[in-house]
Design a protein around this ligand. Structure first.
Ligand code: MN
Length: 452
């Protein structure tokens, strides 16, 4: 059946125009002025902006980590994404030690298939590196995964030689690597120092000190030097500091191509949250940690100047009860926060409404750029004939209060509890089907796997 969205303003990375959108089944058939179609069901979207479905290129659904599993599996996590306006996520299929990449991939399909309410693709996070894994990468890329992830901290961190070899192999295969940039040695030394000086790690207020801005900056700089030797572009994921950004600017001045992702939490919250009483600071324990107001300003300015490429969530949710694992030692807290549902609202309110970003920039950061960067474009990331009919009907006047009581996430808390929002996804079409409206899911589990 055909559907006609009449009277709205279509937003792209380049501009906004009052255009009608004709949908046929799962695809967009036509975009134009004053479209008519006698056989179409008409939806009046006057006064609304129409964005291409948002893409969240950094999520961790059903991730087993820190001796537990994230509160949001693909079911609740993708419902949160969908109602917020995100119609496609790229989750990290994560290879455990001893697993082949295909085993890891099969494991992630078992978690996601049939349980996702928005479309989903995978990056492959490398947990073990050897000749067999290197060979297997070719098959993974041919099978539809063109992006990989490496960590410079945590147990599955890679050393410099491994990083060089991974970058070289992925370059050969035509893919891209995203890297978590924090210096492991600094973090471990500071965690030991806290214990030595205080006799315990009870005070969450010490957490950001154990992961300083310099730890991010050092790892960004090292990554970029290694990438320069390999002569390949790379992605710095969840950039959080001004110091890290300076290293990226320096590398770019020397001609390097560096893609940068940041996340709403690094733009709208600062490290004062770690001083909250009653252990509530643990709810904000993420890695890298929340930073200073001065870092936020640098990130906003870089976004405003089109110097970053994508804004993703790093949605990785744990309940307050799960966070209690760090009650006696904050380093045992599972790190991560929910943010899937609120990402577009926060970028609208603190970016577009605050005058820092245009709606076109919001479209680029949340949809067009991730689609292009991860080879989903033009199937995703644009409202154009032939593209998937993933459309967000954005109502700039609709109000919402961020709260654990009305959110889809199973995290049982909302980091920005009580924040009043003006401007949100009113209707969300997933491949032509009205799948969410006013914060409620209308059509669950309709997401499909997308190769890229
Ligand atoms: Mn992450």
């Amino acid at each position: 059946m055909k559907q006609l969205l009449k009277g709205g303003t279509v937003v792209s990375g380049e501009g906004q125009k009052k255009l009608d959108v004709l949908i046929d089944g799962e695809k967009i058939l036509a975009v134009g002025e004053e479209l008519e179609a006698a056989d179409a069901e008409v939806t009046d979207v006057t006064g609304r902006l129409l964005f291409p479905g948002f893409i969240d290129a950094h999520t961790h659904m059903a991730l087993e980590v820190s001796g537990t599993i994230t509160a949001d599996k693909f079911d609740t996590g993708t419902k949160a994404e969908l109602v917020g306006g995100t119609t496609c996520i790229i989750d990290f299929a994560t290879q455990e030690r001893g697993e082949t990449l295909s085993e890891a991939l099969a494991h992630w399909h078992a978690k996601a298939d049939g349980q996702s309410s928005c479309d989903y693709a995978f990056h492959m996070a490398i947990g073990e590196w050897n000749e067999a894994v290197s060979r297997e990468m070719e098959e993974i890329v041919k099978g539809g995964i063109s992006s990989f992830k490496a960590y410079l901290t945590y147990d599955n961190r890679v050393d410099d030689q491994t990083l060089y070899e991974i970058l070289t192999r992925v370059k050969e295969l035509g893919g891209l690597v995203g890297v978590h940039c924090e210096n492991h040695g600094i973090i471990q030394a500071r965690l030991a120092e806290v214990l030595q000086e205080k006799g315990n790690r009870l005070d969450v207020g010490d957490y950001p000190w154990t992961r300083p801005a310099e730890a991010e900056a050092e790892a960004v700089a090292r990554l970029l030097k290694i990438a320069k030797c390999v002569d390949t572009p790379v992605i710095v994921v969840h950039l959080s500091t001004a110091a890290g950004y300076r290293e990226i600017e320096r590398a770019r001045t020397e001609g390097q191509t560096v893609y940068v992702e940041t996340c709403p939490q690094y733009l709208v919250m600062d490290d004062s949250r770690y001083a909250l009483p009653d252990g509530r600071g643990r709810l904000y324990m993420i890695a890298p940690p929340l930073r200073k107001a001065a870092d936020q300003e640098v990130l906003w300015q870089a976004l405003s100047d089109d110097q970053l490429q994508t804004i993703a969530t790093d949605h990785c949710s744990f309940t307050p009860k799960q966070k209690l694992a760090g009650e006696k030692d904050f380093s045992k807290t599972p790190c991560g926060m929910p943010g899937a549902q609120e990402r577009p609202m926060l970028i609208w309110q603190y970016g577009v409404s605050a005058g820092r970003l245009s709606a076109e920039q919001m479209c680029r950061y949340l949809s067009e750029n991730p689609a292009k960067q991860y080879h989903l474009y033009p199937r995703k990331g644009v409202i154009a004939p032939g593209s998937d009919a993933d459309i967000v009907v954005w109502n700039p006047q609709e109000e919402w209060t961020l709260s654990a009581h009305n959110q889809q996430s199973a995290a049982e808390y909302c980091p920005l509890e009580g924040t009043q929002i003006k401007g949100m996804a009113e209707k969300v079409f997933l491949r032509g089907e009205l799948a969410a409206e006013d914060g409620k899911v209308l059509k669950a589990n309709a997401g499909i796997y997308i190769k890229h």
